[in-house]
Write a protein that binds this ligand. Structure first.
Ligand code: C5J
Length: 225
């Protein structure tokens, strides 16, 4: 397969011109605290099965990307152990009994180096795959992601992960403003809330693809396999 070729991929609002050699798989925040039973997300009362259904499709996509030697980048949301990068507004938001930095079911909540902050074993990064530690919802803010993508000649992103309406949407919008074309496979992104899953995807593809394209992972796999 010639990865520098362009393949039209079925998508909304219209086909996505997929050029594998120029396209990174950006997997957002598939962290134990968000996805695993007994983690912080479930402790807050969320139904983690809504996120866990994305693990299988992400595994297939990740395997196909790796098999073709294409760029894979992972992100994790979290903060320095000294919490020096945690805005006070983010810490107190929600008036929850447990907040970022406190001890949760899988170590200190959203703190780098803690078990709950790490990526789920099913999608664990290879040593060659950059892991972007981000203090915010967007993958570009206060990170070196843009430089890494530019240095590899990446112009397109397939964005997967959780949650659809928060970190996936924020990262797609940041990427779009920086000139990247983003394709979001609907089966590889998840929200705790079905209505936000639907609206999060509709917002991306609305108005002629105002932030990007939405499709299904099988359309990418058909090209890569
Ligand atoms: C992510 C969040 N990853 N919902 N974080 O979406 O706080």
């Amino acid at each position: 397969m010639d990865t520098s070729r362009t393949f039209p991929i079925a998508a909304e609002p219209y086909e996505f011109e997929f050029t594998p050699a120029k396209c990174a798989l950006l997997i957002i925040d598939m962290q134990r605290d968000f996805l695993e039973p007994g983690g912080f997300g479930e402790m807050l009362g969320n139904d983690v099965s809504q996120l866990r259904r994305t693990i299988g499709p992400n595994r297939l996509l990740l395997a196909a990307w790796r098999a073709r030697g294409l760029a894979v980048i992972h992100t994790r949301e979290g903060h320095r152990p000294d919490l020096g990068d945690l805005p006070p507004a983010k810490k107190i938001r929600g008036r929850s009994a447990s907040c970022i930095g406190d001890t949760g079911p899988m170590g200190r909540i959203l703190v780098r180096g803690e078990p709950g902050h790490d990526i789920i074993p099913e999608l664990y990064p290879l040593p060659s795959e950059p892991v972007i530690d981000k203090p915010g919802k967007g993958a570009f803010w206060a990170t070196d992601l843009h430089a890494i993508l530019q240095n590899r000649g990446i112009t397109q992103l397939v964005v997967t992960g959780v949650t659809t309406e928060v970190c996936v949407n924020t990262s797609v919008r940041e990427a779009n403003d920086r000139g990247f074309d983003c394709f979001v496979p609907s089966d590889c992104v998840g929200s705790y809330f079905p209505e936000f899953q639907e609206m999060g995807l509709r917002m991306i593809k609305a108005q002629g693809g105002i932030f990007g394209w939405v499709g299904h992972s099988t359309a990418l796999l058909d090209v890569l396999q």
